[in-house]
Each structure stands twice: as C-alpha cells, then as structure tokens.
Design a binder for this molecule. Structure first.
Ligand code: MG
Length: 172
C-alpha cells in the first residue's frame, strides 16, 4: 500500500558543549566546529573531539530516521570514543540514511557562540558538512549568531548548535 503522504522526513538536532581553557586550567579540547579548528583561548569539554556542529548534524539525521540519538549510538562511557574525530559519527549517520533508502535534501545549521567569529570559516564549515554527506554545498546553510552576552552562551562559557535536516525517500 502506498502512502498518500510525501516521502519526506524532517529531523532536528541540538547540541551544547561547555567551553573551558585547555589543561591544566580546565578540560577544554581544541575548538573545532564542523571540522574547522579555531584559535581560541577556550574549547569544548567533551568525550569525543567535542565538535558540536557535527554532533547536532548527526542528531538531526538520526532524528529524521526515528533512530536513537548520538549519545545512545556512541555512548560517552565507551573509552573507544575518547577524542574521536566527530566526522566519523557524521559518516555513520550518512550510512544510516542511505541504508534506510533516504537521501539528504538539505540542512540548516545555526551555531550560537559569542566568540570566535565564524564568518571567515563559514565556507569551510559548509564544505566539510556537504562533503561528508556527499551533497552539493548549496544544500547546506550555516548561520552564526551570538547570544547577546547573556547566559552561559553569551558569557562565552558554552557553544550551542541547532540543525534541521530534511530527508527524501530515494526512488519516490
Ligand atoms: Mg556533543
């Protein structure tokens, strides 16, 4: 029986990482967003490399598929993910999309942090996401926003990311 609904699935991914100085002053890792390294005095605290953009991309894709989220798929209690390059998680999510007969239509990414300024790195971040997903770069949008100096994100103590992803069934 065919469904009368369009063969589309939408997913939302969200991630937040606390930002700290590198050891010994804190537990911050090098500041990486969408695979781009930023020179910044603080970086994300995380079990993997702490790439909040890649983590939110993964959760948007897994969410669209109705699958368990990144924390369930790759638990931070498992030592094998310590320091893991998060591009690996994006590749795995891409495989899950294909395996279930879907293709990524587009992604809209919003990164919220007070500093560093993302604009010089935006094109590189978009290229990394698009290349990992095997889609044209014009199907990935990325916006950088500040948190107007309020709350933890606005005080530079955290970075926050939202991603919306649309999938379409292949051959539909
Ligand atoms: Mg994360």
């Amino acid at each position: 029986m065919t469904s009368p609904l369009p063969p589309l699935r939408i997913g939302h991914g969200y991630d937040l990482h606390r930002l700290e100085p590198p050891p010994p002053a804190g537990a911050g890792r090098p500041f990486v967003l969408a695979g781009v390294r930023f020179e910044h005095p603080v970086g994300p605290v995380g079990h993997s490399d702490g790439d909040a953009v890649y983590h939110a991309v993964v959760d948007a894709l897994l969410g669209a598929l109705g699958l368990p989220d990144i924390g369930q798929a790759f638990p931070d209690t498992d030592p094998k993910w310590d320091g893991q390059d998060s591009a690996y998680f994006v590749r795995r999510a891409r495989e899950a999309v294909s395996a279930r007969g879907f293709a990524v239509v587009n992604l809209d990414v919003t990164v919220i942090c007070e500093r560093p300024k993302l604009s010089p790195a935006k094109d590189a971040m978009i290229a990394n996401i698009a290349d990992l997903l095997g889609i044209p770069r014009d199907r990935v949008n990325l916006k950088g926003k500040t948190h107007e100096k309020v709350d933890a994100v606005g005080e530079g103590r955290a970075v926050e990311v939202h991603v919306v992803a649309l999938l379409s069934a292949l051959g539909a």
